[in-house]
Design a protein around this ligand. Structure first.
Ligand code: PNW
Length: 499
């Protein structure tokens, strides 16, 4: 038995310079027993549009996601967030789900149009919306759960889209500032952890380039998506400075931003061209927002080359750079690094570009052995979590890292998958890689947040993808299977949220 095994190993290493990333690697994948620091934050996450429902109730204004989901053909099965998890009415139940899991933190987002129906302070404050968030915050605190609040999780006021074209317009910087200042003033006595934007890359690429997300703009020239990112970075920095100068002294909280980073593993780590290709992917696809904020106020080098190309392709258009003043404002404008991480890919060089897109000059693949979730981009690659955390430490100045999302989806099958084996496996292995990053690599990870506490409206795929630890989509099937994450090892049950 032993000899053929050795032969096999020798043969396979001799044959393939390219590693088999799908196979179990006893060193890389060994489970590390251990415990997290006492102060470590365990949390789950949601966002307003995905759970609240009550889209037009009590004077809430229309958001771009209301408009988008009400437009036929935009969301799978014609699903909408009109009711969603009905958290506008059931937030007390949500809090009880968290309490039952022993959670001490909760990340959720504010719906801009529930507070400012037309997006502007001048247009009037909706007191019912302010009351709702006061109730949610107070209910959490009464149950010993600390709120972590995202100020923008993709649901722009439709009025600002109509009037200004949304994030492509620089006017948004001031309008966003006015909105978040109102939020700091109204809730900052109790909310001490703020995230300015959730995953701006998706906001700009899906909203203004592919059009898969609201507001559904398809500008393949890439000008709109670039302007969107540019304005969001300025809006983020302005919000952080306002908190820093006006609210920090009295409120003593922290303001960060959530960026999403997947991990790009070089196809052959010994081949410089593949290492360079993976680095290119990390810069172009992952660091548009992190590099300016955490490094030098400006885009990463490979991204700047793309901006130059954009200028050449559009000589009649204004493709702005950051001024020195803007760079100074953006650089360092965050108290921690908010990370959404779900998955990884393998990146190699390509001799002939496959097209003209920014990623067409590299080869992006996934191992056929990686387990795939119901969601098409989501493959389980636990060790990618550790590598991405180490990358953040080394690339972005060793910041405190708050993992703001990580999670796994099932499809919406009948009867629903209640066993949760894949999700438990995902969380156990990913969380263990977080532990390795803390213990071995000394990354300053302070928080782990699972997406999501319950199944919810998964954007353009509607209710077909279920990321929840609790199921709310079906009627009275018996609760069975296993509720994931924090009590994973104790085997708590995935529970039904009854309508
Ligand atoms: C995040 N990708 O979106 C969002 O922040 C959540 O609102 C969402 O429900 C969750 O992840 C699950 O999708 C992502 O293509 C969308 O890699 C797309 C990607 C990653 C995250």
């Amino acid at each position: 038995m032993v000899l053929p095994l050795i032969l096999c190993v020798v043969l396979s290493t001799a044959h393939c310079a390219v590693q088999d990333y799908g196979a179990y690697d006893p060193v890389r994948d060994a489970f590390l027993p251990g415990s997290f620091p006492d102060s470590f934050i365990w949390s789950t996450s949601t966002s307003a549009y995905q759970i609240e429902g009550a889209w037009n109730v009590d004077s809430k204004g229309e958001s771009i996601w209301d408009r988008f989901s009400h437009t036929p053909g935009k969301v799978d099965c014609g699903d909408t967030g009109d009711v969603a998890c009905d958290s506008y009415n059931k937030y007390r139940e949500d809090v009880q789900l968290m309490k039952a899991m022993g959670l001490k933190y909760y990340r959720f987002s504010l719906s801009w149009t529930r507070i400012l129906p037309d997006g502007t302070v001048a247009g009037g404050v909706n007191q019912d919306g302010v009351d709702y968030y006061n109730n949610v915050i107070n209910e959490l605190i009464a149950n010993d759960i600390t709120p972590m609040v995202t100020l923008y999780h993709w649901d722009l006021p439709q009025a600002l889209q109509d009037r200004y074209g949304g994030w492509v317009n620089e006017t948004m910087v001031q309008l966003y500032h006015d909105y978040v200042s109102f939020a700091f003033k109204s809730f900052g006595d109790r909310v001490k952890l703020w995230l300015t934007f959730n995953d701006s890359k998706i906001v700009c690429n899906n909203g203004y380039l592919t059009g898969q997300h609201a507001p559904g703009i398809q500008d393949r020239s890439q000008l709109s998506s670039y302007l969107c990112g540019h304005n969001i970075l300025k809006a983020h920095a302005k919000a952080w400075h306002t908190y820093n100068t006006t609210f920090r002294a009295s409120q003593d909280g922290k303001v960060g931003i959530t960026v999403s980073l997947d991990w790009a593993e070089p196809r052959d780590p010994d081949l410089p061209a593949d290492v360079a290709a993976a680095d290119y992917y990390m810069q172009v696809s992952n660091s548009q927002f992190a590099h300016p904020i955490y490094v030098n106020g400006d885009y990463p080098p490979d991204f700047k080359i793309l901006v130059q190309k954009l200028k050449q392709a559009l000589p009649d258009k204004n493709v702005p750079d950051f001024s020195d003043e803007e760079k100074a404002s953006i650089r360092g404008s965050s108290d921690f690094f908010g990370l959404n991480h779900y998955t990884s890919c393998i990146v190699g060089h390509r001799d002939t570009p496959a097209g003209k897109g920014p990623l067409d000059n590299i080869n992006i693949t996934r191992s056929p052995e990686w387990r795939r979730a119901a969601t098409d981009w989501l493959y389980a690659v636990p060790w990618g979590m550790r590598r991405v955390l180490k990358y953040i430490k080394e690339t972005f100045g060793d910041p405190e890292v708050y993992i703001t999302e990580n999670g796994w989806s099932d499809g919406d099958v009948t009867p629903p998958v209640m066993e949760d084996t894949d999700r438990i496996c995902y969380y156990m292995t990913y969380i263990d890689e977080v532990l390795k990053a803390i213990m071995y690599d000394k990354v300053k990870v302070r928080a782990y947040t699972a997406w999501s506490i319950m199944d919810n409206m998964e954007w353009e795929t509607g209710y077909t993808q279920r990321f929840g630890m609790h199921c709310h989509l079906h009627g009275p099937e018996p609760a069975s299977g296993t509720q994931a994450v924090f009590k994973v090892l104790q085997g708590h049950h995935r529970q039904q949220r009854l309508p």
